[in-house]
Design a protein around this ligand. Structure first.
Ligand SMILES: O=C(O)Cc1cc(O)ccc1O
Ligand SMILES: [Fe+2]
Length: 431
């Protein structure tokens, strides 16, 4: 079903009439189902921010054995594992290989799930599907960016196939299980305490960027499957993992309605706005989704992409400018190569330019584009880079810094050969 944050209704076609009519809590639900509300916002949130869905299921989620603690692997919310490092940049130049790492690995983040304010950036690698096990994040929302391998996500709301160049969002508390079809890798932006929204468009007008109709959510699908050997529900709670057993599949929702759902979006549908006269526009023009903080205009995290487009700016240095930013910039690459780095950034790699860390085009990019003929040109053709931009000052984890062994200690060298072009005898009009 299409639309961003709509009030959807869905019934598994095997059970027509399973959605109660005219009320949420009939004394007895059609087909003998249990009614369960999943609240994604405080009951009392103003209407535009109020999120909830009603699930009509064969057994309620509450029927499970107690949760017990399980190992977290490389998933962490401890931002004090390593000393803060004001050094220039961190870059994972190469992508993570298989099968040396599997599961979720936290690269960086800040804030905490207990006070419901912060983010985590994780990467996942896997080559086997989840069998009789599902995941549920009590701490926040997952924005999943597949980089290699499609993932079939089964949720309580139905199934979604998500392939590289698509993204999906599984919001807080939604149970999901993932099937993979080979070596699979991607990035996850976790946000505690806010849901993703479409950015306001301001003077752009009523249309553009990511259009609401291009967001897709699943249709109801259920299985009435007993699992006598035990079905495991993994719960991420206050930064740690817990597991509980139940003897049936949690994907037993026959019908549901509401505006709190998982969803996916194909990045090829992004309607790109760009400069058509001169100068380089800030990358906020490429914001797909934003998780707003309480400060006006300041995001907990924005999801920004660098899609294929035309570069036409006159008398302009067209690639990204040199800059220092009061926001943190985590970047990843789904395919192709990134325009500001001639080489050095491979698909599946990542970089973090921390708050006020200077960065910008490498020397080759600067030299080439300072003299390039400024004809209309396709930019980023066949590529897709993205940025998680956050107002949080992120810490890198021990895994990100050491364990994964992908840190490029020489990254700073891509700027070392930058030389002065200063000419004190320069005269206006003569160059
Ligand atoms: O640093 C980066 O590569 C991301 C970025 C791109 C851009 O076009 C302008 C600013 C910015 O931070
Ligand atoms: Fe930047």
């Amino acid at each position: 079903m299409s639309g961003f944050g709509n009030e959807f209704s869905s019934e598994d076609p095997r059970c027509p009439g399973s959605l109660p009519e005219g009320q949420n809590n009939p004394q007895v639900c059609p087909y003998g189902l249990y009614a369960e509300q999943l609240s994604g916002s405080a009951f009392t949130c103003p209407r535009p921010a109020n999120k909830r869905s009603w699930l009509y299921r064969i057994l309620p989620s509450v029927k499970h054995k107690p949760f017990t603690s399980v190992p977290c692997g490389d998933l962490t919310e401890n931002w004090n594992e390593v000393e803060p490092d004001p050094n220039q940049v961190y870059q994972h130049k190469e992508s993570l290989r298989f099968p040396s790492f599997s599961g979720l690995h936290t690269l960086c983040g800040a804030g905490d799930a207990k006070s419901r304010n912060g983010i985590g950036v994780h990467v996942y690698t896997c080559n086997t599907s989840m069998v009789d096990r599902c995941f549920n994040n009590s701490d926040g929302d997952f924005l999943i960016v597949p980089q290699q391998g499609e993932i079939l996500i089964t949720t309580e709301f139905g199934k979604m196939m998500v392939e590289p160049n698509e993204i999906c969002v599984i919001q807080q508390g939604m149970r999901f299980s993932v099937d993979v079809f080979g070596e699979t890798r991607g990035y996850i932006l976790e946000v505690y305490g806010a849901h993703f929204e479409l950015p306001d468009l301001g003077p752009i007008g009523a249309n553009g960027l990511a259009n609401p109709r291009d967001f897709l959510c699943p249709v109801a699908w259920y299985e009435d499957r007993k699992v006598p050997t035990g079905y495991t529900v993994i719960n991420k709670y206050q930064g740690k993992l817990f597991a509980c057993q139940q003897d049936f599949s949690p994907f037993n929702v026959v019908a549901w309605h509401g505006n709190y759902t998982p969803y996916k979006y194909n990045l090829k549908n992004f309607m790109v706005i760009n400069c058509v006269a001169f100068d380089h526009a800030d990358p906020s023009i490429f914001t797909v989704l934003t998780a707003k903080s309480t400060r006006p205009g300041v995001a907990i995290a924005d999801f920004v992409i660098f899609p294929p487009r035309w570069g036409v700016a006159d008398h302009t240095f067209r690639p990204p400018y040199y800059h220092r930013n009061c926001m943190s910039e985590f970047m990843g690459l789904i395919k192709g190569h990134y325009e500001a780095k001639e080489e050095g950034f491979q698909p599946g790699g990542a970089s973090l330019h921390s708050i006020m860390t200077p960065h910008g085009p490498d020397v080759d990019c600067f030299e080439k584009n300072s003299t390039a003929e400024l004809k209309p040109q396709r930019v980023a053709e066949g590529t897709m880079a993205f940025m998680f931009e956050s107002s949080f000052s992120m810490a890198v984890t021990k895994w990100g810094l050491h364990t994964c062994q992908k840190l490029d200690k020489n990254y700073y060298q891509c700027w070392e050969p930058l030389r002065s072009h200063f000419n004190p005898n320069w005269k206006p009009g003569k160059q």
